[in-house]
Design a protein around this ligand. Sequence first.
Ligand code: FES
Length: 218
Amino acid sequence: MTIDGKHVTAREGDNLLWVALDNGIYIPNLCAIRDRPEPMAACRLCFVKVEGKERPVTACTETVTEGMIVNTKSTKARDLAKRGFELLMASQTLDCAHCSKSGSCELQHIARHLGARLKSKRLREIRRELPIDDSHPQIIYDPNKCVLCGRCVWACREHLGVGVLGFAHRGFERVVTTFEDMPLATTKCDRCVECIDVCPTGALLLKRETKTAAASKA
Ligand code: FES
């Protein structure tokens, strides 16, 4: 098969997103998890054009076939991803100057890749102003920086069997939280910190990292 003119070998039925990433071709993505059998397909950032298909498709839900021709740079696919990114960022708290994830944040990376601003001037900003959970001895959770990608929910459930983190509410109110919104410190969290490893933004951070970032920026 071919992706952006590069010949790529993969197994028929492999997932297109991972085939591209494994071959050094970046496609923006937030909600994809390699081991998850069913993709969540929630972030709508991984649009690509597949020859023979009328509309762009999400790479995370597409399987590869022999001779497939994929264009990750098609204008239509880019525009869809860019619009999705702008909408996502409209309700996102930006605090890059004080965030220890700045520089390795996937949102910054995606913005650069798409040639988009972190905050679009076209859209009105909607602030969520949710309380930060500072109760845990190691972890700080700021739901205002969460993009609802579900990676932490998945990682927590895979690690503990019964996840400490889960989704609550619908629509704009949707949030990742603990059962009954309990403080993280009072849950069964065993401090594996896998949620922090998979979080693409600065929503879940180690407390010592936030202190080091604050000290170096003071
Ligand atoms: S990675 Fe495909 S929709 Fe999120």
